[in-house]
Design a protein around this ligand. Structure first.
Ligand code: SAH
Length: 373
């Protein structure tokens, strides 16, 4: 490849030459999930030697609490005899493995579940198969959420929605223009603006954002995912979406490329860095609600995990673990709930969605005193 271009860059240049400027969302989709060169398709990006570390990889307590949450929700649903436990984007399968181990203790739940793993990457599907083969529950893989069969459902997703492609628009004097990727003056991939303004775009924005100044950036994802999720849980079920993002729909460019634990330029070496954007939880919740689902939160990851009893869980683990493991358990707990920039407690939010019949979901009560400390 000329100048060390990635194979995906050659493909993207070919597509731009054939079809013209590429909306950023299409670029992001290709970078992450191109069937041959996509970031997730070609590697296992997790862990200290990978590009980033996620909550389930930090501490087993994270997945265990999610498992107990699922079992509690199943009881609230009336303990159906068959329930689909769905994980979207399971990565290495760590969260599901920890969740199933914890949920095993809840009588009846284990016998009721079939696990459905929605994973686009064959490499990660294999890693998940290996990790979960001992679990003893029936397990099926799908490339898309739409393939999960109808029926009672409990959906969980950690750091999945941030990998769904975002569109960006930039405000100019004559309206909002979609951000596109072009081949720029120095023969490198560069940002540009679509020639024509997006018709009636202002009218689709929350009122407070309509007076945005020129140069402002607005990001959005298609409603497809929120509607599909809303429809499924509305019929009979619940969902838990955990991700970093904002509680209110807002302006701003949150696209990030990360490679080897450092920030990278999103337009350099496409397919070789992770690309994400914050989740707009307000819009996600609204999409699911307009189908009839009820939403809970979003609350911070700290509030959610404290309400589910992560401190108590940590104490139990420590009492059973060899003494030299105690520091590791404390360290993991602290990283999951601390609110400064070394922790994931504040930036990460948790949104619950459910069939209104099943009542308030665990973990979403008003913040406890403990959560505020
Ligand atoms: N939940 C895991 C992994 C998060 S990374 C954890 O917390 O560790 C995102 C995951 O979503 C990866 O498994 C990735 O392959 C998968 N993924 C990304 N886009 C996807 C898509 N469009 N459809 C299905 N899976 C996708």
């Amino acid at each position: 490849m000329p100048d060390g271009r990635s194979p995906l860059e050659a493909e993207i240049r070919r597509l731009i030459a054939a079809a013209g400027p590429m909306p950023f969302a299409d670029y992001m989709r290709l970078c992450l999930t191109h069937p041959q060169y996509g970031y997730y398709v070609t590697r296992d990006p997790f862990g200290t030697r990978g590009d980033f570390v996620t909550s389930p990889e930090i501490s087993q307590m994270f997945g265990e609490l999610i498992g107990l949450w699922m079992a509690a929700v199943w009881k609230q649903m009336g303990a159906p005899e068959n329930v689909r436990v769905v994980e979207l984007g399971p990565g290495r399968g760590t969260m599901m493995s920890d969740a199933l181990r914890a949920a095993r203790t809840v009588k009846g739940f284990y016998d009721a579940i079939v696990v459905h793993l929605v994973e686009i990457s064959p490499t990660l599907q294999q890693a998940q198969q290996k990790r979960l083969q001992e679990s003893g529950v029936p397990m099926l893989w799908h490339a898309s959420f739409d393939e999960v069969p109808a029926g009672p459902v409990i959906v969980v997703a950690n750091e999945f929605v941030d990998a769904l492609p975002v569109h960006q628009a930039i405000k100019a004097a004559d309206g909002w223009h979609e951000r596109v990727v072009v081949v720029g003056p120095g023969d490198t991939l560069s940002y540009g603006l679509a020639r024509d303004a997006l018709p009636f775009f202002d009218g689709t924005l929350p009122r407070a954002l309509r007076q945005a100044s020129d140069g402002s950036i607005f990001e959005w994802r298609t409603d497809r995912f929120a509607l599909a999720l809303g429809r499924r849980v509305r019929a009979d079920g619940a969902a838990l979406i955990i991700d970093y993002g904002h509680t209110r729909c807002a302006l701003g460019d949150t696209v990030q490329a990360v490679s080897g634990h450092s920030f990278a330029d999103p337009l350099r070496k496409p397919g070789e860095a992770d690309l994400t954007a914050h989740v707009d939880f307000e819009t996600l919740a609204l999409g699911a609600e307009c189908i009839g689902a009820r939403s809970y939160g979003p609350v911070t990851q700290r509030e959610f995990l404290l309400q589910l009893g992560i401190r108590e869980r940590g104490a139990v683990l420590k009492s059973k673990a060899p003494r030299d493991k105690a520091g590791e358990i404390d360290g993991g707990l602290s990283r999951l709930i601390r609110t400064d920039n070394r922790g994931m407690g504040e930036l990460f939010k948790v949104l619950g969605l459910a069939d209104p019949k099943i009542g308030p979901l665990p973990g979403f009560a008003a913040p406890s005193q403990a959560a505020k400390q």
